[in-house]
Design a protein around this ligand. Structure first.
Ligand code: UFG
Length: 329
């Protein structure tokens, strides 16, 4: 089977490519390298540099390669940036996906697995969050991802496209080989920022708010290892290949950890003290986000291997320690 991974040089995309190649699949990567890293692309994948908004670029890939399924990670994903520059998100995420679907239809490629997000739910009404709970995004990023899901739904009705949408919670950790890991500029995610303290790149970690309605007052999130996310994408491709119908799945570990618990776990893993500074709340942060992933476990037979927060942080620590400047190290 040949799988086209759009955004295969990015964080979750590159980890998925590694797992696909480990399984002996034929992989084509397309990435504009705007946020992805050429060093993250597996040497056994065939790489096309370009942008999904460029239809000729996509047409050329579909002409050259016999693609059986697409895994689509190529999107902008910074919540804060999406609020100051919403049109960037409509352009890359929504318009880009529209061009992609046009090209797929023209080349009779009818299977797509899509990287969606917990941000589609907005402020949840109850925990854990189920796939059929209300979707009320509180930021442009989540809104564009939800609109992309809907685009698949309507194109499916009209043109027979088959899709799986994977709504992930907090992706983290790094590949067991130590070759690839998280490298965002700017970095906004909690775990890599916490690990910058023992790396002597920052003196303390700012905790955004300690007055939430949670046991220790800090936000609770569901942290899920990037390799476990990669497995879910592969299971989803398999599910579609075997005639599975359009579907949406949450991907999380089903247990929540507070910001202070993450910092405690990072202290244990690294053996360093990690000073904390309490800062004001960050706009748009829900108090608690925890997934029910029962549906993915039942239907996709997804079995996350990294259940423990410490194991997740350990894998991230190995990557960051050996690559203090990310892929430039
Ligand atoms: N946090 C801090 N200090 C920091 C960074 C983060 O206290 O320096 C806190 C945040 O306020 C939040 C938690 O740590 O409570 C996790 O924050 P992240 O930025 O790591 O992750 P988010 O939960 O904000 O975002 C994640 C994904 C997004 C997705 C969102 C869905 O990274 O892509 O979940 O709500 F949109």
């Amino acid at each position: 089977m040949t799988v086209l991974v759009l955004g295969g040089a990015g964080y979750i995309g590159s980890h998925t490519v590694y797992e696909l190649i480990d399984l002996g699949e034929d992989v084509v990567v397309a990435d504009n390298l705007q946020t992805g890293h050429i060093e993250a692309i597996h040497s056994k994948a065939r790489f096309y540099k370009g942008d999904i908004r460029d239809k000729e670029f996509l047409d050329n890939i579909f002409k050259n390669e016999k693609i059986d399924a697409v895994i689509h990670f190529a999107a902008n994903s910074l919540v804060g940036e999406s609020m100051t520059n919403p049109l960037k998100y409509y352009d890359n995420n929504l318009f880009g996906t529209m061009i992609l679907l046009k090209s797929m239809l023209e080349h009779n490629v009818d299977k797509i697995v899509f990287s969606s997000t917990a941000a589609v739910y907005g402020e949840p009404e109850k925990i854990p969050i189920f796939e059929n709970d209300n979707t009320m995004p509180t930021n442009t990023y989540g809104e564009t991802k939800l609109s992309m899901e809907k685009m698949f739904k309507w194109v499916s009705k009209a043109n027979g496209l088959k899709y799986v949408s994977l709504r992930y919670f907090n992706a983290c950790g790094a590949h067991a080989s130590g070759n690839i890991g998280e490298d965002h500029t700017p970095e906004t995610h909690l775990i890599p920022l916490v690990l910058q303290v023992p790396l002597k790149k920052r003196k303390y970690i700012s905790v955004f708010g300690n007055d939430y309605e949670t046991p220790d007052g800090t936000c609770i999130r569901d942290y899920v290892h990037v390799t476990d996310l990669a497995y879910a994408h592969i299971s989803a491709v398999d599910y579609l290949k075997h005639g599975g119908d359009n579907n949406i799945f949450n991907l999380g570990n089903g247990c929540g950890f507070s910001v202070l618990e993450v910092i405690e776990a990072a202290k244990k893993v690294t053996g360093y003290d990690i000073p904390v500074e309490i800062s004001p709340r960050r706009a748009g942060d829900p108090a608690k986000l925890v997934a029910s992933s029962d549906k993915a476990k039942t239907i996709l037979h997804w079995t996350p291997k990294y259940g423990s927060l410490e194991k997740i942080i350990e894998s991230a620590w190995i990557w960051h320690k050996n690559h203090p400047s990310g892929f430039l190290s």
